[in-house]
Design a protein around this ligand. Structure first.
Ligand SMILES: [Zn+2]
Length: 185
């Protein structure tokens, strides 16, 4: 593995590189683990340093130079005394029960906007059309929520021609503008 890709793996917060291996010519497998000395129980907030067991989960990460990257994360389960049961340690950048890292999803979403067509996105990220579709729209929804604010006091309605197909009428898009905040609503 080259230095910059190695750095990239290490950039995922709190993870340590254990091992890497080639997956044919198309991908790289990276085994990582967390090294914290204790974790906190999500139910009761008690610290625990007693490792109960370990499990390996597979997560798709952003490709490096056209190669797919699969992270194998060794997740520890800690035993919580007050709760009488184990809990799994969280890993930053990897959602619970998720099979793609946050940056993989951000990458797909970014590519949807930059690439000419979604087939290319699918090819580069080696994922299904369904994943591309879902990731893209999930991200739009996230962005939308970030921009949600009360209905503007003063709005403007604008029409723009977006496309002029041959032998057909020009297509228009209507946008609503928030005049007070100078942005598209
Ligand atoms: Zn607990």
């Amino acid at each position: 593995m080259t230095t910059d890709s190695l750095d990239r793996v290490l950039l995922l917060p709190e993870l340590k590189l254990e091992k890497k291996f080639a997956m044919g010519k198309w991908g790289i497998g990276v085994v990582v683990s967390k090294t914290s000395s204790f974790e906190v129980c999500p139910k009761c907030g008690t610290k625990s340093s007693r490792v109960y067991d370990r499990r390996r989960i597979k997560v798709k990460d952003e490709p490096i130079r056209n190669k797919a990257v699969h992270l194998y994360i060794i997740k520890r389960r800690f035993y919580c005394k007050p709760c009488f049961k184990p809990f799994t340690e969280p890993v930053k950048g990897i959602g619970k029960y998720k099979r793609m890292s946050e940056r993989f999803k951000r990458g797909v979403s970014w590519a949807c906007e930059k690439f000419v067509n979604l087939k290319e996105v699918q090819k580069y990220y080696r994922c299904s059309a369904g994943t591309v579709y879902k990731t893209y729209y999930d991200n739009l929804e996230l962005k939308r929520r970030k921009h949600t604010y009360p209905f503007p006091e003063k709005i403007g309605i604008d029409e723009h021609s977006i496309r002029k197909p041959k032998y057909a009428d020009v297509e228009f898009a209507t946008i609503i503008v928030d005049h007070n905040r100078h942005r598209v609503f």
